[in-house]
Design a protein around this ligand. Structure first.
Ligand SMILES: C[S@@+](CC[C@H](N)C(=O)[O-])C[C@H]1O[C@@H](n2cnc3c(N)ncnc32)[C@H](O)[C@@H]1O
Length: 405
């Protein structure tokens, strides 16, 4: 199956209905199918808590995700993608919006730009693999007025690509805002983008098990090439392999905002000073020392989700008890702790012994997590999550080889 056919996009039923709607627009050349779509099929749209609408994904392995959090689709855009960005609107800003979907993240960026800028320009490059998903953005009620600007840019591109026929979006795109709409696999798009271009990259795919190809080290290496030195990548996920992937690709990482989830997302930048908050201590320890910190790999930027997941499982298996402590029972988070639960202690110490660490309170254990003594929620250019993770990784290697002092 080609990647386009297997890509994780919107629910199959609404996908077909949207395609029919635009096919009808083409054959009838009247606007009714588009104008009536939302009222006719509103049971397919998911109302989120802030009044904005989301939509469900395709079912993959019996799992369905919504495109946005139920806490509030458009609020999520502002909270997770705009607030952490520290844009300096005295200068021109360039944003890459990966997995643009209904266009909410771009619309939030436009709203923030219009509110805060005076003389500068905004460039937004939106990337989305599915025409029908972009088209769905034209059918959904705009959650903020600036979504009409995004809709106009999407409609123009869908007309150019002969998917939409009529020009129904009346908003004008302001002169100082330029929006490019890419309709393709984001892995293809990034390879064609110029070095050192973006102030911000919004990374908003489905979850890692649905779309690991959009969280790979090689994909992030492209980000490292195209992002400016003080640019920031924002993503909602707190998953260990993704955070590890950013570090391997040459980024510093920090904690992103918490919104609609238990844990904060992830921010990544080439410049540690752009990232205010450390990851939680146990997240650092698990990423550095256990096999959950093995990232996703996609060397040619062309593997299927299944292959990427399978390869990571194999790499984790090979790393366990070899270069990484087993992640079972979250073993590494107990380093340095006295343990009361005898049964758990036995399991933890069995895993540690395989890495030449005699116990949770051995000198080897304290040696490995030495840098965590300086842990601080606020991070800076020296004392930060990335440096601590790299330091613990190095120390684990020394202990495993038995050549530390
Ligand atoms: C969680 S949704 C994004 C929601 C979106 N940011 C918004 O504002 O509405 C994930 C999106 O990724 C798209 N997608 C899946 N695979 C992709 C790929 N390889 N390249 C680009 N987009 C992809 C899906 O079609 C879906 O719209």
């Amino acid at each position: 199956m080609s990647y386009e056919n297997s890509a994780r996009i919107i629910n199959d039923d609404i996908f077909d209905l949207i395609n029919e709607c635009f096919a009808q627009e083409k054959s009838s050349r009247n606007n009714e199918s588009r104008l009536n779509f939302f009222d006719t099929y509103n049971n397919y749209f998911v109302l989120t808590e802030d009044g904005s609408y989301s939509i469900n994904s395709k079912e993959i392995n019996h799992k369905v995700e919504t495109l946005h959090t139920s806490t509030g689709a458009i609020s999520e855009s502002f909270e997770k993608f705009i607030k952490p960005m520290k844009f300096n609107y005295d200068k021109d800003i360039a944003i890459l919006d990966i997995c643009a979907g209904l266009g909410y993240n771009s619309s939030a960026a436009i709203a923030d730009f219009i509110k805060n800028s005076s003389n500068s320009n905004l460039q937004i490059d939106m990337v989305e693999i599915s025409k029908a998903t972009y088209a769905c953005g034209l059918l959904v009620p705009s959650p903020i007025p600036e979504h009409d600007i995004t809709k106009k840019a999407i409609e123009d591109e869908l007309i150019k690509q002969d998917y939409a026929t009529l020009s129904l979006e009346k908003a004008e795109i302001p002169e100082n805002i330029n929006i490019n709409v890419f309709i393709e696999d984001a892995r293809q798009t990034v390879q064609g983008l110029e070095d050192d271009t973006y102030d911000a990259i919004f990374l908003d795919p489905f979850s890692q098990n649905m779309a690991p190809e959009l969280f790979s080290v090689e994909f992030f290496k492209q980000f490292r090439r195209i992002i400016k030195d003080d640019g920031i990548v924002a993503t909602y996920t707190s998953a260990a392999p993704i955070r590890a992937g950013f570090i391997e690709a040459g980024f510093y990482i920090g904690l992103g905002p918490i919104f609609g989830r238990k844990q904060g997302g992830t921010l990544a930048s080439p410049n540690p000073e752009m990232l205010d908050y450390s990851l939680p201590k146990n997240d650092e320890i698990r990423i550095a020392l256990s096999d959950v910190g093995i990232p996703f790999r996609d060397p040619g930027l062309n593997n299927s989700s299944e292959t990427i997941l399978e390869n990571r499982t194999e790499e984790r298996h090979n790393a366990r008890h070899n270069t990484k402590i087993s992640s079972a029972v979250k073993t590494p988070i107990f380093l340095g702790d006295e343990m009361d639960d005898e049964k758990l202690k036995r399991r933890v110490e069995r895993n540690l012994a395989k890495m030449n660490i005699p116990s949770t309170t051995s000198k080897e254990a304290f040696f490995i997590i030495e840098c965590e003594k300086n842990y601080c929620e606020k991070q800076d250019s020296e004392n930060n999550s990335t440096n601590r993770i790299l330091d613990m990784e190095k120390r684990l290697k020394k202990v495993k080889k038995g050549n530390y002092v």
